[in-house]
Write a protein that binds this ligand. Sequence first.
Ligand SMILES: N[C@@H](CCC(=O)N[C@@H](CS)C(=O)NCC(=O)O)C(=O)O
Length: 272
Amino acid sequence: MGLELYLDLLSQPCRSIYIFARSNNIPFEFKQVELFKDSVLGKKPAAGSGAEQPRAGPSNSEGAGKVNLLKKVPALKDGDFMLAECTAILLYLSRKYNTPDHWYPSDIQKRAQVDEYLSWHHANIRANAPKTMWIKVLIPLFTGQPLPSEKLQEVMEGLSTSLKQFEERFLQDKAFIIGSEISLADLVAIVELMQPVGVGCDVFEDRPRLMEWRRRVEDAVGKELFFQAHEMILNIKEVLLKWQALQSMPDPHLPSSSAQTSTAQNYRQSQK
Ligand SMILES: N[C@@H](CCC(=O)N[C@@H](CS)C(=O)NCC(=O)O)C(=O)O
């Protein structure tokens, strides 16, 4: 049995693994997990209910739950070996498939810089950026009410502090976090920063240095792959409307459909 990756591309850590595996031509079986249906809201269609899947193909959440006892995605299964946690999975793949050195350099100081970023990331960017999704999308979806704008402002202030540190401490005037080549640090950072973009909080706007770095990361992994990995999050409204129709829920106060469509369209336009 070959390598299996349990992923939902709505999830940032899943996108980093997907992009890494695809851009390094690592062969794997994509096991689709559907967070909205199976996990976040804790609902599963009754067995035999015939409920239509909002996305193509069956969801593998039960399989994922067995692979990752923490019941989160991403999860990896390689034969009998199972692994959770995005960082551990990325490192495992880079070592097993001997990916190009720049991803996780053999130079111990450069490698330490990747490690340094990965440690910092979890308590800073990762601690702030996903909250935009909860405030703009998930809480309104659950409650049917938008949250007061001060809540979003609070989160955006926390995120701004992290972004300032990211630019000044990690990116500085380099092309990528550890210098002239992309590493796992850039990949883990970019997928997280695309989450707010998807829900209408464009953190790249008015941050030219960050925007230039994003373009370099897109070029390094390939724009087509980058867009494919982010297509769902850039169209989150449509994904949720489909899911919501299946659940027969009332219309939540979500970002407007046209705003979301234009996020994806704008990205496409900017690639031409
Ligand atoms: N520290 C874990 C975080 C994994 C995680 O939080 N996954 C989320 C999606 S981004 C999840 O599976 N959530 C489902 C749930 O909590 O029920 C990693 O880096 O892989």
